[in-house]
Design a binder for this molecule. Structure first.
Ligand code: PLP
Length: 233
């Protein structure tokens, strides 16, 4: 039963959900002895309305994520403008990269050819695209990303491309895999890379079901959708 004081409006409930996510983030950071300022929350708004994005933005949330290029392109055309920072977190084809070029960070670089295309586009525009390299940490055939053994060589190659800056790693652990173990291995991978390449600092890992464990294991960026916006239709 919905308590009588709760808003029947699903957008109205985002305030409660966002407050809960923020409080659980703070608790997880405290358990790990980390500062909450070292963890960026990306609100993954896929399938939700521009009104829902505005409601979350008006609660002070700055960073949002989309997983389809067309959806991100549509957000940029919202009227009135949304005025938030966009992250691209989904699978990206080379012929769609123009639709995500406004992203502050592309989390999902999973092939050298994609990195080369992003670099070429950034050079044409005279800018640098910040990216994360996606790692298939559980070697899951359903997931994209470099397997851990390939990741160091891939990062070394991609960071040499002018126009692209590799800021860290991203992962989605396989369903059924132990997320704590996957997150620990991601952190070790990042630590090894960072000792050679100091700009490789970020770890984008943790979603609604596992963001607290991700923070405890060193995530610097978490990507939370349903935990903020409610269940997707
Ligand atoms: C949808 C999505 C999320 C958010 O998932 P939730 O379980 O709704 O929190 C995070 N990362 C990626 C890559 C996604 O596609």
């Amino acid at each position: 039963m919905t308590p009588p004081h709760a808003s029947p409006d699903p957008i109205g409930r985002v305030a409660d959900r966002l407050a809960e996510v923020r409080s659980r983030m703070a608790d997880a950071a405290a358990r790990a002895g980390r500062s909450l300022s070292g963890v960026t929350l990306v609100a993954v708004s896929k399938t939700f309305s521009d009104e829902a994005v505005r409601a979350v933005r008006d609660l002070g949330q700055l960073d949002f994520g989309e997983s389809r290029p067309q959806a991100l392109a549509a957000r940029l055309k919202a009227d009135p403008p949304l005025h938030v920072r966009w992250h691209f977190v989904g699978r990206l084809q080379r012929n769609k990269i123009d639709q995500v070029s406004a992203a502050t960070l592309i989390h999902s670089v999973d092939r050298i050819k994609l990195a080369e295309a992003l670099a070429a586009q950034a050079n044409r525009k005279g800018r640098v695209q910040r990216v994360l390299v996606q790692v298939n940490i559980s070697d899951d055939p359903a997931k994209s990303g470099f397997v851990p053994e390939e990741t160091t060589v891939a990062v070394a190659r991609i960071r040499e491309l002018p126009g692209v800056s590799v800021q860290g790693l991203m992962t989605i652990p396989a369903q059924g895999a132990d997320p704590a173990e996957a997150f620990t291995r991601m952190r070790e991978l990042r630590d090894g890379l960072r000792s050679r390449f100091p700009e490789v600092v970020h770890l984008s890992m943790g979603m609604t079901g596992d963001y607290e464990a991700a923070i405890e294991h060193g995530a610097t960026i978490i990507r939370v959708g349903t935990g903020i916006f409610g269940d997707r239709a």
